[in-house]
Unconditional design. Structure first.
Ligand code: UDP
Length: 447
């Protein structure tokens, strides 16, 4: 198979690397969250634009077939690297070599130039992509999704800081990647300021939302489907239960309001998601907190839900709360708004882009529960405000779509391919001039 020629080549086949979590996993528990949704949704949209997408992920079950045609144009390759179950995320670096070997062996079955570009997600995948890039002679585009240096500035509660070794690994990937994709301008600045990335190589690509799934709908009917009381005021948290996401801040903030009531209406906090990470990893700890606060009867816990049910969860809610200590973007905030529900969110990271303060929701500075109580109370006490914010939220969310994300990613891939080709041409010219064969270190082809 020969590589197409031409100045601005768009990719025909992309290798997405998502080592530590499969796009086919249910998000909202363990290590599965927004990144899974991002990889899956962007892969679907790239495939719709005629790009073949192959996603490499680590097999986590003996039942995982080596390849799964997950959707037209989207192939998932389950690479065996380490035990299927019980491997802690912090032990994944021990399996980098095995995983990389699996990726390289899969590609070796094809002619050179099988993939046009590699897009790695999260730093572990970046390490794999960096070596594959050198072996395959195609450019590496990398999305960090979260950065240890940023997360560690926001370590909360019993959360364990990210190890320094991760920062070193991230630094290496930032230096090696041909292009970097940041979710927001803030993340782009963090890449340049904290990791020394070349600003010329960073593209800001905003994540999207599934606008066909997350639509407004009857609150009463959604509550009936979920078995929730139509007469209550419902404030909802959706996401992985971990200190960084701060579901405890919502419980503490809601407790005084629950105890005093919202006029004639009772307030209920709905928590949707499963345990992840450390500290509040035990779902019981949040249940215990509700008991300590005396609000157990007013808090409902639901396990992680698929997107179609989640759409009803949003529709059933009066307000969705995203109190995170750190958030690179915050897909939940956009999904809730697409469903016409205002959001109360911490003014951190991408949430300041995802929520229009005072229009589609409210951004709160810091995590002082008393301040959250006051901001939540003023929202809930004003039904007309909630209504107008819900309408504005729906409108705001329409500017985010996975189609747009895929188009922007294609632009980034195309830029990576042309700058990579230009560099390869220059190396070849230098080699021809010097008359010395370029043995290229570990590089097999291309560069
Ligand atoms: N999610 C889900 N079911 C759940 C809880 C969450 O599908 O029960 C999804 C949610 O729709 C969102 C993602 O998990 O797309 C969480 O992404 P977000 O950016 O909010 O947080 P992250 O997990 O990346 O920290």
């Amino acid at each position: 198979m020969t590589r197409r020629s031409g100045a601005a080549k768009t990719p025909r086949r992309v290798a997405l690397i998502s080592l530590h979590t499969s796009p086919l996993a249910q998000p909202g528990v363990g290590d599965a969250g927004g990144m899974n949704v991002y990889v899956w949704q962007s892969a679907l949209r790239l495939a719709k634009r005629g790009v073949e997408v192959e996603i490499f992920t680590r097999a986590t079950s003996s039942a995982d077939r080596p390849t799964v045609q997950a959707a037209p144009g989207v192939l998932v390759r389950n690479v065996v690297a380490g035990p299927f179950e019980g491997l802690d995320k912090h032990d994944l670096p021990t399996q980098l070599c095995a995983f990389t070997a699996g990726v390289l062996r899969a590609e070796a079955a094809f002619e050179p130039g099988y993939y046009d570009v590699i897009h790695s997600h999260y730093w572990l995948s970046g390490q794999v992509g960096w070596l594959a890039r050198d072996r395959w002679g195609v450019p590496l585009v990398h999305t960090a999704h979260t950065l240890a240096a940023v997360k560690n500035l926001a370590v909360a509660g019993d959360d364990v800081p990210e190890p320094h070794s991760r920062e070193i690994g991230e630094q290496q990937v930032v230096a090696e990647a041909d292009r970097l994709v940041a979710n927001t301008r803030t993340e782009a600045d963090q890449l340049t300021d904290l990791y020394g990335a070349d600003p010329e190589r960073v593209d800001v690509v905003t994540p999207g939302v599934d606008l066909d799934c997350y639509t407004p709908g009857s609150r009463q009917q959604a509550r009936a489907r979920l078995g929730l009381d139509v007469n209550e005021t419902i404030v909802t948290f959706v996401g992985r239960i971990q200190p960084l996401k701060a579901p405890d801040v919502l419980l503490r903030a809601a407790a005084p309001l629950i105890r005093q009531g919202n006029g004639a209406r009772r307030i209920r906090v709905l928590v949707v998601g499963g345990p992840s990470g450390t500290g509040l990893a035990r779902p019981e700890s949040l249940i215990e907190l509700a008991a300590d606060l005396g609000i157990s009867e007013s808090v409902t816990f639901l396990p992680p839900q698929p997107a179609q049910v989640l759409a009803d969860v949003y529709r059933a809610s009066d307000v969705v709360a995203v109190p995170s200590h750190s958030e690179s973007f915050g897909l939940v905030a956009i999904e809730a708004q697409a469903a016409g529900v205002p959001v109360i969110a911490a003014n951190v990271g991408g949430l300041s882009v995802a929520v229009r303060d005072g229009e589609s929701g409210v951004l709160v500075e810091g995590h002082d529960p008393a301040r959250w109580t006051q901001r939540l109370d003023s929202m809930l006490a004003d039904p007309a405000l909630l209504q107008s914010m819900g309408t504005a939220a729906h409108t705001h969310a329409q500017s985010f779509s996975w189609e747009h994300t895929a188009d922007e990613l294609l632009g980034s891939y195309t830029r990576a391919i042309s700058s990579f080709a230009a560099r390869a041409g220059k190396r070849q010219a230098d080699t021809d001039r010097s008359g010395v064969a370029d043995r290229g270190g570990v590089r097999r082809r291309g560069l």
